[in-house]
Ligand binder design. Structure first.
Ligand code: DAK
Length: 261
């Protein structure tokens, strides 16, 4: 598929997916969502790629939300279909079997905040702004904001943000745990790559299984969750990378040759 609204670049084991509609502050219209969907299918199949950075084009905006102009005249069925489709794409992103880092380089409002929350880790530039301003448009968050924001920052903080629609800066987002780190804008992508590389040196299957354990485990009771973790832990002992990782430790060898097998 030829992309018009996103860029998909690959550098070794790392892919960089950039939402590229800077004139509309990278707002998510249906075409962009379809392209993200196709890019995620590509990334899921590409066994070379083991980590992904998601960012927005330009210096002003990560994603300024779902495209309000595209939604303005939707009828009930169109709104429902749009929400179902987009939520499916966000779930695909959240479940991608590789870590995804959101490098939030400006506005992350509405659907922009929501897509960042479907990523594993968020880092932000100092000018980043987060919020769920939907109630001011007469709608609820539609891409999982009511569900993921309380999981990230707790129910009280999420309710305050969602009911008031207030926009918070990067430092406040850091304080409440919505982002892990804040950097100068010009350093953001380098720092995102450093973080990705700190993941890429580890056994990819183990990282993938950790993602499954955390994502699924957070949705279920603790007994089910730790049982699931035990199953995945056990599964690691069928991999060559477990043998390599432990052999390297015993041999006091720093360099490890993980093969994703
Ligand atoms: N949609 C469409 N265009 C947008 C946009 C958006 N979300 N945000 C910005 N733009 C466009 C502007 O219209 C403008 O285009 P032109 O007028 O030049 O053609 C261009 O980007 C530059 O924006 P501004 O001129 O407004 O730039 P400023 O620096 O003055 O302001 C701003 C930046 C981010 C504060 C402002 O643009 C703004 O308030 N934008 C809207 C932010 C917002 O409310 N975002 C949340 C959107 S609602 C659902 C599915 C999803 C959702 C809900 C339901 N279902 C299917 C049920 C999610 C909803 C949302 O995400």
């Amino acid at each position: 598929m030829e992309f018009k609204n996103i860029l998909l670049e690959k550098e070794g084991k790392l892919a960089i997916l950039t939402i590229n509609r800077p004139k509309a502050l990278n707002a998510l219209n249906p075409e962009t969502m379809t392209e993200i969907d196709a890019a995620l299918d590509d990334l899921a199949k590409d066994t070379e790629i083991q980590a992904v950075i998601l960012t927005g084009a330009g210096e002003k905006s990560f994603v300024a939300g779902a495209d309000i102009k595209a939604m303005q005249n939707m009828n009930v069925m169109e709104g429902r279909e749009w929400a179902l489709y987009a939520n499916g794409v966000f779930r695909k992103l959240e479940s991608l079997e590789k870590p995804v880092i959101a490098a939030v380089n400006g506005f992350a409002l509405g659907g922009g905040c929501e897509i960042s929350m479907a990523c594993d880790v968020r880092i932000a530039s100092k000018n980043a702004k987060f919020g769920q301003p939907e109630v001011g448009l007469g709608i609820t968050p539609g891409f999982g904001g009511t569900q993921r924001l309380p999981r990230h920052v707790g129910m009280g903080m999420a309710k305050e943000m969602i009911y008031t629609g207030k926009i918070i800066g990067a430092e406040e987002a850091y304080r409440i745990g919505l982002v892990n780190h804040v950097f100068e804008q010009e350093q953001l992508m380098d720092e995102a790559k450093k973080l990705a590389n700190a993941m890429l040196v580890n056994a990819p299957i183990a990282v993938k299984l950790c993602k499954q354990a955390i994502n699924r485990g957070m949705q279920v009771d603790i007994d089910t969750a730790v049982n699931f973790e035990s199953e995945l832990f056990g599964a690691c002992f069928s991999t060559e990378d477990q043998t390599e990782g432990m052999t390297a430790f015993v041999e006091k060898r720093k360099e490890k040759n993980f093969k994703n097998k």
